[in-house]
Design a protein around this ligand. Structure first.
Ligand code: ATP
Length: 195
């Protein structure tokens, strides 16, 4: 089974590429989705977070993400605490899914992971696929389709590793500075060449 790590900065087009690869027959493991699942009511990570951070549960027992983010990103120490609770669970679940895909005889696994490089997970995959677009293009899309204002979009981009660092780790780069059709053509060529 070929394991492809799909990554890119915020608003670069990861979800768009992931959807296309899914349609083409890849088994997609969505790290953001898993990160949400492990803090659902009844999950041990949620109980641990509630012990560590005060007032982070809504009345219905679900996680108040905004409040958790406010506390967890207030200091390095708090962020470390958050990660020490969530990261092992995410790792465990992704390992399970990787294993399941292998057992089911899947040919191609796509690990859709925004922080693949930041978290040092590039070595879990055979091929690093980076979706890339200039910062200005991403800001434009994020303000247009995501309801972020420009300042917020730029702040989020600046908080991530820069494009050069990401591109240096890439085995393949999909250039998403053009239209969607151009992006889809690149995904198809990538599939033909690598898969
Ligand atoms: P995030 O990091 O926030 O999850 P992402 O990398 O998954 O973002 P997408 O959600 O795929 O990015 O794309 C961001 C937005 O830009 C979406 O609304 C998407 O439809 C749009 N988009 C992506 N690529 C293009 C393109 N080439 N032309 C026009 N719009 C695009």
């Amino acid at each position: 089974m070929l394991k492809i790590g799909l990554t890119g900065g915020i608003g670069s087009g990861k979800s768009t590429v992931s959807k296309k690869l899914d349609e083409m027959g890849a088994f997609v493991v969505d790290a953001d989705k898993i990160a949400r699942e492990i803090v659902e009511p009844g999950e041990p990570a949620l109980a641990e977070l509630a012990e560590e951070f005060e007032g982070i549960l809504n009345e219905d027992g679900t996680l108040n993400r905004q409040e958790l983010a406010r506390q967890a990103f207030a200091s390095r120490e708090a962020t470390k605490k958050l990660n020490s609770i969530t990261h092992p669970r995410i790792r465990e679940r992704t390992d399970e899914l990787f294993h399941e895909a292998e057992l089911e005889g899947e040919k191609v696994l796509v690990y859709d992971m925004p922080l693949l490089i930041e978290n040092g997970e590039a070595d879990r995959v055979d091929h690093v696929l980076v979706v890339d677009a200039p910062d200005d293009v991403r800001v434009k899309r994020l303000t247009q389709y995501r309801n972020l204002d420009e300042k917020d979009a730029r702040a989020r981009i600046d908080a991530q590793i820069d494009r050069e660092t990401r591109l240096a780790v890439a085995d393949t780069v999909l250039d998403n500075s053009g239209d969607l059709e151009e992006l889809m053509e690149q995904v198809e060529s990538f599939w033909d060449e690598v898969v």
